[in-house]
Write a protein that binds this ligand. Structure first.
Ligand SMILES: Cc1ncc(COP(=O)(O)O)c(C=O)c1O
Ligand SMILES: N[C@@H](CCCC[NH3+])C(=O)O
Length: 467
């Protein structure tokens, strides 16, 4: 698909502080394939088809809103990482999307799994992911979570504070366990992403500071513990990152820390985990690197820094979440109302209200995240108009797609499909306005299968036990 930059009259920026990147597609019916699960297309009836399934059929069978995850797409993106990073351990970040079935796919594709809570551990194990392939994260792991991880034989625990090191040692002493640990550090990198999803600058809750000296102290502390097997350093600089520069700085600083640790103890750390954060395309303007390109630049940076610090190549791992499940997922909504709002200068914006919103995808409200969308049940020859796709919540910021061009004849009952919805949408869903959470169905070879059923109002009513 080609895009032309558009004149002021309908440019989003000219309308209302919209983004400069938004352009009018030459053909609204054509799908920008980089945004969708591999193989997505329109059929002869003009319906969008994902994994061999027409989204109209998904909507009919499962209702709307509905999240559809293309199994083959998920598996192929997992395999891309396994292939591009030979010898590395790939920990799929379950926080992005985790169900028992997703855990099984991850296990079958040779991924490990990054988990953060009791709930994620339980789902991962129930899905058949072996405990030794789990890495437990979290800045406030409870005694119960730590005890469970130790009993199950979780492969490694990423420690995040001195309090937690003490807590973990006590749990090991009580239960007669030892634990493999990595120390999560903050590298001071200012990742180029939204403030709320950048995690390596100093002034935030995760990790121990390299610059402040706590990281080295924690490493030495773990090294000298009779209960802890110190495996190495963990760094995660943030999420939805496109530039490799931040990773380069993180690698340099963690390698330097490893060499300082060696100087202090005489021991070379065997492992280095560089976290996740690899960005995906949500709109036509996003141009993420391929997994192979990422791998090539990581290999080069690692080689360079190992040589610079005279350190042997550690065993390396990364934790991609979004880059595996994000593009595999499509959310499907039904249009309930269409309202044209007149703006200054004779311009207008079309508000398309759908049957979901910030309860099933809070990312636009939380991070001003951009999405795109397409009419899913038919094609249209109508002119493009600038639209805002909004939810049904009692909140002005309840926006799903801030700016998108859709055909001017979008009407009640049409379906809007939002690509890039596999990560951090349904997994961050909530029940604002007492709206039950939508289902997640997997799709493969023309067949859908529910993995998370739709919540019902009865589910919500049953939680309300007061009188
Ligand atoms: C420690 C850690 N690892 C991995 C991830 C996964 O990030 P992403 O889904 O952006 O790859 C996150 C989330 O940002 C994280 O906090
Ligand atoms: N939840 C965030 C990413 C941060 C997740 C985990 N550290 C998002 O939707 O982009």
């Amino acid at each position: 698909m080609t895009h032309m930059h558009i004149a002021g009259s309908i440019h989003a920026d000219a309308v209302q502080g919209g983004p400069q990147w938004l352009t009018v597609p030459d053909d609204l019916n054509e799908l920008d394939l980089k945004l969708w699960p591999r193989g997505t297309h329109r059929d002869d009836l003009g319906r969008i088809v994902v994994a061999g399934v027409a989204l109209t059929d998904t909507a009919e069978e499962h209702g709307t809103p509905v999240y559809l995850i293309d199994e083959d797409d998920f598996r192929s993106r997992a395999r891309d990482f396994i292939t591009a990073f030979p010898g590395w351990a790939i920990y799929y970040a379950g926080k992005a999307l985790l169900t028992r079935r997703v855990a099984r796919w991850a296990a079958e594709e040779g991924l490990n799994l990054d988990v953060t809570t009791m709930g994620e551990m339980r789902i991962a194990l129930a899905g058949g992911m072996p405990a030794e392939r789990l890495g437990l994260h979290g800045n406030n792991k409870s005694d119960a979570e730590i005890a469970f991880a130790l009993e199950q034989g979780v492969g490694r625990i990423i420690v995040d504070s001195f309090d937690e090191i003490n807590r973990l040692e006590r749990a090991c002493a009580d239960g007669g366990h030892t634990a493999n640990v990595l120390v999560r550090v903050t590298t001071g990198v200012e990742a180029h992403t939204h403030e709320y999803i950048a995690t390596a600058h100093e002034d935030q809750k995760f990790g121990l500071s390299i610059m402040g000296g706590q990281a080295l102290t924690a490493l030495v502390r773990c090294h000298s513990s009779q209960y802890l097997q110190l495996r190495g350093i963990h760094s995660h600089i943030g999420s939805q990152i496109f530039e490799t520069h931040g990773f380069e700085v993180a690698i340099r600083r963690t390698m330097k820390l490893a060499s300082q640790f060696r100087t202090a103890t005489g021991v070379e750390l065997p492992e280095l985990d560089l976290g996740g954060g690899f960005g995906i395309a949500y709109t036509a303007a996003d141009t993420p690197s391929t997994t192979a390109e990422l791998a090539a630049s990581f290999e080069e940076m690692i080689d360079h820094e190992c040589r610079a610090f005279g350190i042997g190549r550690p065993h390396l791992s990364i934790e991609p979440g979004r880059a595996i499940c994000g593009p595999s997922g499509v959310a499907v909504y039904e249009v309930g109302t269409v309202k044209v709002v007149e703006l200054e200068g004779g311009r207008s914006r079309t508000y398309i209200s759908v049957d979901g919103g910030m309860s099933d995808n809070i990312r636009p409200a939380l991070y001003a995240a951009e999405y795109s969308g397409a009419l899913a049940n038919r094609t249209s020859g109508a002119d493009p108009v600038l639209c805002r796709v909004v939810g049904k919540h009692c909140e002005g910021g309840d926006i799903l797609i801030r700016d998108v061009f859709l055909p001017s004849d979008v009407r009640i009952g049409d379906l809007i499909a939002v690509p890039g919805s596999g990560a951090y949408a349904r997994s961050m869903a909530n029940n604002y306005n007492q709206i039950p959470k939508p289902p997640v169905v997997s799709a493969k070879d023309g067949v859908t299968d529910v993995m998370l059923r739709r919540e019902t109002l009865d589910d919500l009513m049953r939680l309300d036990v007061g009188k």
